[in-house]
Design a protein around this ligand. Sequence first.
Ligand code: NAP
Length: 269
Amino acid sequence: MSHVGNNQAQPHQTEPDQTEPEQAQPAQAHSHQAEVSGQPASRPQTIGVLGAGRVGTAVARQALKAGYEVKIATSRPAAENALLVEIITPGAAAVDVSEAVQADLVVVAVPLHRYRTLSPEALAGKTVIDAMNYWAPIDGTITDFEDGVRGSSEVVQEFLAESNIVKTLNHIGYHDLEADGAGPGTPGRRALAVAGDDPEARTRVAEFLDRLGYDAVDAGPLAAGRVFQPGTAIFNGPHTAAAVRDLLGEVLDNAPDNTPDNAPAAAAA
Ligand SMILES: NC(=O)c1ccc[n+]([C@@H]2O[C@H](COP(=O)([O-])OP(=O)(O)OC[C@H]3O[C@@H](n4cnc5c(N)ncnc54)[C@H](OP(=O)(O)O)[C@@H]3O)[C@@H](O)[C@H]2O)c1
């Protein structure tokens, strides 16, 4: 089993259990495993990835395997990334941010301390997956994320005010993202929690996760993302959908009024 090989606070991968999928096998165009319900959402076909680092390139490769058209951008001009993208994520296109944000779904995989370099205008109206985590030793101490109440994605949502932020993919290591994916219905299939304030955006993201090879578990509003930030039990997975539901339930049941708004930061730690 792979472990995250860097010094960031990243999802910890435990040893495999009896139910772990035996091989990576991204799902192909499948949605019934996705647990997020809501109105039918149009099926995203293009994925824009902001960030060509460890997470961004892993998401890109997995999305390519699932049949998506993938466009990757960094803060530098596309031409500067072309060779890297060709080698690391063959099949993806290196583009400028302005083109990546035109995709059906945008994944933000940049260091959190860079979040204010994202463009609220360019991302307005988009469903944006926030895969970022706050880790002070890497990001530095950022006052925005130190209030001990709001989750990091809520802060990002406040900045990207016109976007539909969906928190997920933050609680799986970049190595594991490619290793743990499995087809729908695979016993012990790994699950990822999904939190966001827009139900349709959650549905779209859940379908994306399903195609990447993961069950999606609806955690509800973005505030619920606090229960899968670094240091939480969900963050320290892997977990099946049933286990994620149990962990979410435990935290939400303990909240004073049973709403995610009252879930304390890192409540499941
Ligand atoms: N490592 C993991 O296993 C893991 C797992 C889950 C979540 N995460 C989280 O995911 C985020 C990314 O982590 P990482 O390890 O992939 O970081 P990384 O390897 O340092 O890569 C970051 C990428 O973001 C790009 N970037 C910076 N600012 C940008 C902007 N405004 N627009 C577009 N691209 C930009 C960087 O390129 P330029 O600087 O050249 O623009 C670089 O390609 C972090 O918040 C981390 O906590 C990490």
